[in-house]
Write a protein that binds this ligand. Structure first.
Ligand code: GLP
Length: 244
């Protein structure tokens, strides 16, 4: 694992954007799996800035959304497809036909999950997955549980996650309680994993992630430590409890 600790969230975002841009420069057709949440927003802003300066070209790149709330349509402002469009896609030259996510409006959601995994396979697999981390250690929407699922699946969201996500909705009752998410195998088959964390609210979970001597499905992120190409970039605020 490569661990980078930056002074603040802004430098975390810059380093993360450099990492993503490097991947696209080396592999212009890279399939990027991109995360939502507040953590990567600065990274996407930085990528837009780099694109405007001619430092990165997304014209041949491909991208997927790794999760989506069940039954929020593509244009819902709190939906993840809309999020990616709003924060990245519509500001760079990515071809929208090369972006995709699970179709959560489809009647048969088991079919949706299978089709999504099939599409990832057909595209040749994920080259770089950019992940955030929930305060409870979840990655994408793989929640702390006794068992984790290999493939794309429907996930009941934990109470903590529903509460964390309530800030994006008018009231907690509007927060969807289920999502479709890529599974642990999808994450593991990605050639590179980039995990980002910033802010004090992530300091306990980053301490648990980095210093835990065991793997636990109750902290799904701990499994990432087995990935052969994992880079973690976090700021000082998230790292403050990690130094032993
Ligand atoms: C949601 C997303 C995750 C994200 C997490 C953390 O649960 N599905 O992909 O990593 O939120 O969000 P934030 O970056 O806002 O802390």
């Amino acid at each position: 694992m490569q661990l980078i600790i930056t002074d603040d969230a802004q430098s975390m975002s810059k380093k993360a954007a450099e990492f993503v841009a490097d991947e696209v420069r080396k592999n212009p057709e890279a399939l990027l799996a991109l995360s939502t949440g507040s953590t990567p927003i600065g990274c996407y802003k930085e990528l837009v800035r780099m694109y405007n300066e001619g430092a990165v070209d997304f014209s041949r790149a491909r991208s997927l959304n790794m999760d989506e709330y069940i039954r929020l349509d593509k244009e819902h402002p709190q939906g993840y497809y809309y999020f990616m469009k709003h924060h990245l896609y519509e500001h760079v030259n990515i071809d929208m036909n090369r972006t995709f996510g699970p179709d959560v409006m489809k009647e048969n959601l088991d079919e949706t999950a299978k089709e999504f995994d099939q599409r990832i396979e057909e595209e040749g697999g994920i080259d770089l997955i950019l992940l955030g981390i929930g305060r409870d250690g979840h990655i994408a929407f793989n929640m702390p549980e006794n068992e984790l699922t290999f493939a794309t699946h429907i996930q009941e969201l934990s109470e903590a996650t529903i509460q964390d996500n309530a800030r994006f909705f008018d009231s907690i009752d509007e927060v969807p309680t289920k999502a479709m998410t890529i599974g642990i195998e999808n994450i593991f088959k990605s050639k590179k994993v980039l995990l980002l964390a910033n802010g004090e609210a992530k300091s306990d979970i980053m301490n648990a992630f980095l210093n835990s001597e065991t793997l636990s499905t109750h902290i799904p992120a701990t499994l990432l430590k087995l990935h052969p190409d994992l880079t973690v970039i976090m700021d000082q605020a998230a790292a403050q409890k990690c130094v032993k």
